[in-house]
Design a binder for this molecule. Structure first.
Ligand code: FAD
Length: 377
């Protein structure tokens, strides 16, 4: 079969409609480009991912013209109580937004203009080309663009198929746990958010954050032990008692509590794709680089990619007849994108060392961090 003859043609083909792909498709279609988006799920499913929108992320969403609809589904957090050692240290004014990741993505998807084709399907093959890059779906459908944006998240199969190298910066960097918390007396918690830091050397927990998500109090715990450590099983099987052991004094700050429902664990591997500049194909979001959730930078990284790509590079790229690999490499090296990527990596690595390392340098850093947390700087 002559696949070129059968191909569906658009200016831009977006592979994956998580936050990165949905935002990119919306921004590019609003710029007047013809766009097709391909994802296996018509609705983004409830997966454990980012559950809070930080102020810088809200500003990025706003600048991309995407925030107002997302905001409709959020719980606004205006104050965070900071606690340690069984006491409240101080209260900080802020504007953060609690929202499940699937709500964030589905609210961005709802803004994809009507003329964009949303194809439910799984991309199997990527074929780079400076003029006519193509993707082939599991059902045999072929899409051809002038640019293919690969936003397929942490599943590295597609980038690796391009011959890109997955540079594993840190295997099993950290563990994240998500669950709901209730007060033992059934009353609502009298706060919107708490950040609590136990002694990291004793617990291997860096911090936990409690925040309103819908009607519930959600908790994310950022910890540093291997996925198969016995503590993971303990937290899954006996969450309330294990939390009390790992985070002593939390009840003095928030009152007696009980974990509700199941604990969702997630193992974080920190990687960046290398040698991935291919003609007509670009990687964004987690398809390019993962993050440690404790840094709160995942969505900042995704939205910076979308902003730099869609507003600076794509208009220039599509004005030319060809899109060679060197042009794609210039995107990966863009100063603002590279700065956010590098910062996300270095923060992830130094946070881990601050929690787990006994070397003098990291003991000092640990003390400095504790002092900064105590004094709100
Ligand atoms: C447990 C956890 C907690 C986190 N917490 C935070 C946080 O508090 N703050 C923060 O900023 N960040 C956080 N992050 C990071 C943040 O969630 C990610 O960086 C962000 O969601 C990545 O978005 P993405 O669009 O690149 O990938 P995804 O949202 O994973 O989207 C990928 C999409 O590609 C689709 N896809 C996959 N394969 C194919 C294929 N073959 N064909 C077509 N489509 C395909 C998938 O269906 C999916 O829709 C967290 C991450 C995790 C894992």
């Amino acid at each position: 079969m002559d696949t070129a003859a059968a191909a569906i043609r658009r200016d831009v083909i977006v592979v994956g409609a998580g936050l990165a792909g949905s935002a990119a498709a919306t921004v590019l279609a609003r710029r007047g480009l013809s766009v097709a988006v391909i994802d296996p799920y018509a609705e983004f499913p409830p997966l454990f991912r980012a559950e809070k929108i930080e102020p810088d992320q809200a500003a990025l969403l706003q600048s991309l013209g995407l925030f107002e609809k997302v905001r409709e589904r959020t719980r606004i957090i205006r104050e965070i109580i900071h606690g340690r050692g069984g006491r409240v240290l101080y209260r900080r004014k802020i504007e953060q937004f609690g929202i499940s990741y699937c709500d964030t993505v589905n609210q961005v998807r709802a803004q994809i203009p009507e003329e964009v084709e949303f194809k439910v399907g799984r991309v199997e093959t990527l074929t780079p080309d400076a003029e006519h890059p193509q993707v082939v779906l599991a059902d045999g459908t072929v899409y051809e663009g002038r640019l293919v944006i690969v936003a397929s998240g942490m599943n590295g199969r597609l980038p690796e198929q391009l011959g890109a190298q997955k540079n594993m910066v840190h295997d099993e960097l950290s563990m994240v746990f998500g669950f709901m918390l209730e007060r033992s007396d059934g009353e609502p918690f009298p706060f919107e958010s708490v950040t609590y830091r136990p002694d990291p050397k004793a617990s291997r927990v860096d911090y936990l954050t409690l925040f309103l998500m819908g009607q519930m109090m959600r908790v994310n715990v950022f910890a540093y032990w291997p996925a198969r450590d016995a503590t993971t099983r303990e937290l899954l099987n006996n969450p309330t008692a294990t939390l009390a052991r790992l985070v002593p004094g939390l009840d003095k700050v928030i009152g007696a509590y009980v974990v509700k429902g199941k604990v969702e664990p997630f193992r974080i591997d920190l990687y960046r794709m290398q040698d991935c500049a291919r003609p007509g194909m670009v990687l964004i979001g987690d398809a390019y680089q993962s993050v440690c959730p404790s840094t709160g930078m995942g969505q900042s990284k995704v939205l910076t990619d979308v902003d730099v790509l869609c507003n600076e590079f794509v208009p220039k790229w599509l004005a030319a007849a060809r899109l060679p690999g060197e042009e794609i490499a210039a995107f990966y090296a863009h100063p603002r994108k590279a700065e956010v990527d590098d910062q996300a990596l270095s923060r992830a690595l130094s946070t881990r060392q601050c929690v787990v390392s006994d070397a003098l340098q990291w003991r000092v850093r640990r003390m400095v961090r504790a002092w900064r947390f105590a004094h709100g700087v």
